[in-house]
Design a protein around this ligand. Structure first.
Ligand SMILES: Cc1cc2nc3c(=O)[nH]c(=O)nc-3n(C[C@H](O)[C@H](O)[C@H](O)COP(=O)(O)O)c2cc1C
Length: 371
């Protein structure tokens, strides 16, 4: 099989990697972000700023990019039904998730290779997350050691896991993540192989020299498939909640609960893996119905507006994650760019709550949707 696992450099590029080099983190340039007023502005600016390799890597979806587009179109197609004169001023966006209080229900999704987007890489991302009071889910494909990220974290971190054939390595990695203070483990289950990434093929995507993903050195094609038994095994290795990321139907959600997970992330990998699967917001209601609040259900894919967050919460999500916009924020302005992306989304959510008359996240239910 010559299809590369998603968000993974071709094995040939990683083959000679044996150690993680010590990395000098340059001081970020001062950038003016004042002209960027929404998340789409960030994408435009990032396209102009990023290398072509990095932009194509972040922006592209699988095959014909239908799912990538549907993720957005599906949010756009949902209309809102506001309640007026609800007697409130400042909405309360706090949520409690696995015993932690989040200032607002938007997390930074795990995305690979931040050092191709900005020289400070994940270090800038974690600082941006701190400024924005956001929980950051660090990818297994981080190009910065987890220790360095953890040292610079001022808000909770989660760790996203790609399970390697070498299960001992996997065990050590998740226990390291837990020891470094990660508050949850998100096991990605939608990527036994990567998707058809024509745009990446055209630019012959590979990591530039000097940038490595220390926990994913030369992974090669997976020989030991990941199964539900592995998920149960993973839950036995750590004392932090284990979530599965990449669930798209109620049956798999049920299997995940039976396997012992503490949470589910409804995700189609941002339209990057299997093209023509539905938009995540379209599958959320049936999954939320089946899960019936036994565990929290999170969602990602296409969240670009505060109203998208509101719609996801109305249809049963406990929180959402954003991927590409954070990468664009990072590319545009390092930590400040990441922080501004999250701040815009948070503020838009607050405005949407005021304008629909919802004072707390608990008050966001289906009645906020027009039907
Ligand atoms: C550049 C990029 C790299 C990604 N890398 C990973 C990864 O390493 N692990 C993972 O579980 N998901 C990865 N994803 C998927 C995201 O976690 C998330 O599911 C998706 O980006 C959400 O959709 P959005 O970008 O529309 O917000 C990546 C997505 C992008 C855009």
């Amino acid at each position: 099989m010559n299809v590369q696992a998603s968000d993974q450099a071709p094995a040939s590029i990683n083959q000679n990697q044996t150690t993680n080099p010590s990395v000098d983190f340059p001081i970020s340039e001062i950038v003016d972000l004042s002209d960027l007023v929404n998340l789409f502005d960030f994408e435009k600016k990032a396209e102009a700023k990023m290398t072509r390799l990095a932009y194509e890597y972040v922006a592209s979806g699988a095959a014909d990019e239908l799912t990538l587009r549907w993720n957005r179109l599906a949010f756009d197609a949902i209309k809102l039904n506001p309640t007026v004169l609800a007697d409130m001023t400042q909405p309360d966006t706090r949520v409690s998730l696995f015993g932690d209080e989040l200032a607002y229900p938007i997390l930074i999704a795990p995305t690979a290779y931040h050092r191709i987007m900005h020289p400070d890489g994940e270090l800038a991302t974690v600082r941006g997350a701190g400024i924005a009071s956001a929980t950051y889910v660090v990818s297994s494909f981080t190009t910065t050691p987890l220790e360095t990220i953890a040292e610079n974290a001022t808000k909770p971190l989660w760790f996203q896991l790609y399970v390697r054939d070498d299960r001992e390595f996997t065990k050590d990695l998740v226990q390291k993540a837990e020891a470094l203070g990660c508050r949850a483990l998100c096991v990605t289950v939608d990527t036994p192989v990567g998707g058809v990434r024509n745009r990446e093929q055209r630019i012959n995507f590979g990591l530039p020299s000097g940038i490595q993903a220390p926990y994913m050195l030369a992974p090669g094609p997976q020989k030991k498939p990941l199964t539900w038994t592995d998920i149960t095994w993973l839950t036995s290795l750590v004392n932090i909640p284990v979530l599965v990321k990449g669930i798209l139907n109620a049956e798999d959600a049920e299997r995940a609960i039976q396997a012992g997970v503490s949470g589910i992330v409804v995700s189609n990998h941002g339209g990057r893996n299997l093209d023509t699967v539905p938009a995540t917001i379209d599958v959320l209601p049936s999954i939320a119905r089946r899960v019936a609040k036994r565990v929290p259900v999170l969602l990602d894919g296409g969240i670009r507006r505060g109203t998208d967050v509101l719609k996801a919460m109305a249809l049963g999500a406990s929180a959402v994650l954003v991927g590409k916009p954070v990468c664009y924020g990072l590319a545009c302005g390092g930590a400040d760019g990441v922080a501004k992306v999250m701040a815009i989304l948070r503020e838009e959510l607050e405005l949407a709550m005021i304008l629909t008359g919802r004072a707390t996240i608990d008050q966001i239910d289906r009645s906020v949707l027009w039907s």
